[in-house]
Design a protein around this ligand. Structure first.
Ligand code: ADP
Length: 262
């Protein structure tokens, strides 16, 4: 902690007061560290796919283009890495827009049922590909949530996609929505790989991943849960995680029905 004493004197011979400025430097330093760590992470995350893309293009130009099999394999990799870059940039832009909250967002009545139905269509490919047993149970006559619909949908999609990504083939993913007291509870439950206890407190940090290599393989950016956390906060809600290794994970979002400011 820094303490600065500032003399308040118009006439140097007559001190009229002393003002003490106390600054918590540890907090400032922590923020500064987080910021530079974030920039380093972003640079690294953007550079990795770019290095790979450049490498494969060079190899193609160096002669590999002549062999059809090799050419197609390299082009596939370039496509995957480009897609990864696009997702990363999309997520970074979303996160920055949510954090800055500069533009007033449209607020509307959100029908949870409708949003979940739209998401079901979006994840259909993943469900089929991984033979996931996907179940949604939405309480009938739920009150509508008020807020930004796109954000709400993004939050649910991130949680549901994660549940599917981190669950082995033939696993179960359940979405439960119900009202209790003056809250709507949205639960996303899976029978996946689980999250170690020590990682749970850091889960919502930007770029935090339990297993970097595995997350990269399943196509993650490490920003999904940071985005989820900010959206939940914009709905004045909170989020809890319960998990057991090799048994599964359960994320529970609580959104108060009244007093929403999204
Ligand atoms: P990513 O893009 O890597 O999935 P997220 O921010 O969405 O990033 O999630 C952060 C990390 O939390 C993931 O890398 C993964 O290790 C862990 N995780 C998130 N959801 C689940 C889940 N349902 N089951 C197991 N691990 C999960």
């Amino acid at each position: 902690i820094y303490t600065n004493f500032i003399r308040l004197d118009v006439d140097p011979n007559r001190i009229i007061g002393i003002m003490a400025l106390i600054q918590d430097v540890t907090e400032m330093r922590k923020l500064e560290n987080m910021r530079s760590e974030f920039v380093a992470n972003v640079s690294h995350e953007l550079k990795t796919p770019l290095t790979s893309i450049t490498g494969f293009i060079e190899t193609l130009k160096g002669g590999a283009i002549e062999n059809e099999k090799v050419r197609n394999r390299f082009l596939d990799i370039i496509e995957i890495e480009t897609e990864r870059l696009r997702r990363l940039i999309d997520d970074l832009l979303s996160l920055s827009a949510i954090e800055n909250n500069k533009f007033p967002l449209t607020r509307e009545e959100i029908s949870v049922n409708e949003v979940i139905m739209e998401i079901n269509n979006m994840v259909e490919g993943l469900v089929l590909q991984k033979h996931i047993h996907y179940v949604t149970e939405i309480e009938s006559s739920l009150p509508t949530i008020i807020g930004n619909r796109d954000r709400f949908k993004q939050m649910m999609l991130n949680l549901i996609e994660n549940a599917m990504k981190y669950t082995p083939d033939h696993g179960v993913v359940k979405v439960l929505v119900y009202k209790k007291y003056d809250n709507i509870f949205l639960v996303v439950k899976d029978t996946g790989i689980g999250i170690p206890k020590q990682d749970i407190p850091r889960l919502f940090e930007r770029f935090y991943r339990v297993d970097k290599a595995r997350s990269r393989k399943v196509g993650g950016t490490g920003l999904g849960l940071a985005i989820v956390k900010h959206i939940v906060m914009s709905f004045n809600g909170d989020i809890r995680v319960q998990s057991e290794i090799d048994k599964g994970t359960e994320f529970t979002v609580r959104i108060p029905i009244i007093e929403q400011k999204s």
